[in-house]
Ligand binder design. Sequence first.
Ligand code: HEM
Length: 126
Amino acid sequence: MEKPTTLFDRVGGEQGVKNLVRSFYDRVLKDPELASFFEGASIDRLFKMQYEFFAAALDGPVTYSGLSIHQAHFGLGIDKDDFCRFVNHLIDTLRTWQISDQEIQSLISRVNTYADEVTGSAVVVD
Ligand code: HEM
């Protein structure tokens, strides 16, 4: 029986996911409501870590090696509206890729599980 393909494969493997992350961050960094959060950040590191995070979230053969999502966003003052804007940019980006609405929904459901960690409203034992 043929091995089922992962979303990572369907998005285009390593290069496809890198393109997706770049295109997503182009939108986020151009959004005047969100850009200021990234002023002190190393964008190179952010791309590398976001690639790993998304590759792993799309069931690709990659292990995420960055900070915990709680630690990465601790003290940045991101609220629920910021989180929603960010996720809406991700949805808009995914809609330009060849993946179904159902697959987009399944990825967004996974991303939504991090809302409390990103906004600092989760209790986390580090
Ligand atoms: C589910 C949603 C999110 C995920 C999965 C996510 C993921 C990540 C990852 C993997 C990193 C890099 C961690 C590292 O350097 O080891 C990071 C850093 C960062 N994220 Fe997010 N993020 C999310 C939402 C947001 C939102 C909503 C904002 C702002 C509006 C944001 C702003 C930042 C900033 C500014 C950094 C850099 C922090 C620094 O270098 O000091 N993130 N994020």
